[in-house]
Ligand binder design. Structure first.
Ligand SMILES: O=C(CO)[C@H](O)[C@H](O)COP(=O)(O)O
Length: 220
């Protein structure tokens, strides 16, 4: 079942120019896109560091893009206020670490921000089920998070389909996002399995024909 939502591309600024991230935001806007994906890594939950709320806050006045903030943190509940203050439009939190996921989703929503959960490739779809009604978006990682430029894991496709099927049978309309190794070959597979929100870092910023890339990846 294809998604009821129109397909979006959210380029990951992780693959942008870290000496000039504001210029990378402009590149995304020039491609006529509305979302940017911001990957926040803590060096604990994932074996890499990226950037924090100070950078997000500094970028905020540079752009009207929808800030889709993906927290790869052991204790995301401790940093929600910082990312709300930084100007996040949506915050997604992983289900794997030990912290109160449901309460954290409720808190994000109570502040008028969109919220969602993230599942690592090895995390079973069943783990997401109790949270589906609380979420604006479910993000299925198609690589082990921590680094851009990895290969897409097609073993995650059945999980995407399962969550898409639940969305239909439960009459919900959350977005279904994929992140990791998304490109012109893998995005159509994700769409076929019910995804509607494509995060692409490396492939977007390296694309020679950006309009052609956007068209193919969003199925427009
Ligand atoms: O969450 C991430 C890494 O943890 C990145 O968003 C993801 O890997 C995108 O990178 P690419 O499109 O380069 O594969």
């Amino acid at each position: 079942m294809l998604s009821p939502n129109a397909c979006l591309l959210a380029p990951s600024i992780l693959a942008g120019d870290h000496a000039n991230l504001a210029a990378s935001l402009k590149e995304i806007e020039s491609a006529d896109l509305k979302w940017v994906h911001l990957d926040i890594m803590d060096g604990h939950f994932v074996p890499n560091l990226s950037f924090g709320p100070q950078t997000v806050k500094a970028l905020r006045p540079n752009s009207k893009l929808f800030f889709d903030v993906h927290l790869m943190l052991d204790n995301p509940d401790k940093y929600i206020d910082a990312f709300l203050d930084a100007g996040a439009d949506q915050i997604t939190i992983h289900v794997e670490p030990d912290y109160p996921v449901m309460e954290t989703l409720d808190y994000i929503r109570s502040k008028g921000c969109k919220c969602g959960i993230v599942l690592n490739p090895g995390t079973d779809a069943q783990v997401a089920k109790p949270f589906l009604e609380k979420c604006d978006i479910i993000l299925c990682m198609t690589v082990q998070p921590g680094f851009g430029g990895q290969s897409f894991r097609d073993d995650v496709l059945p999980k995407i389909k399962q969550i898409s099927d639940w969305r239909e049978s439960m009459d919900l309309n959350f977005r279904l996002e994929v992140d990791g190794g998304v490109d012109m070959e893998t995005a159509p597979l994700c769409i076929e399995h019910g995804a509607d929100t494509m995060v692409a870092g490396t492939a977007f910023f390296k694309a020679v024909d950006r309009p052609g890339f956007v068209k193919k990846v969003t199925g427009r």
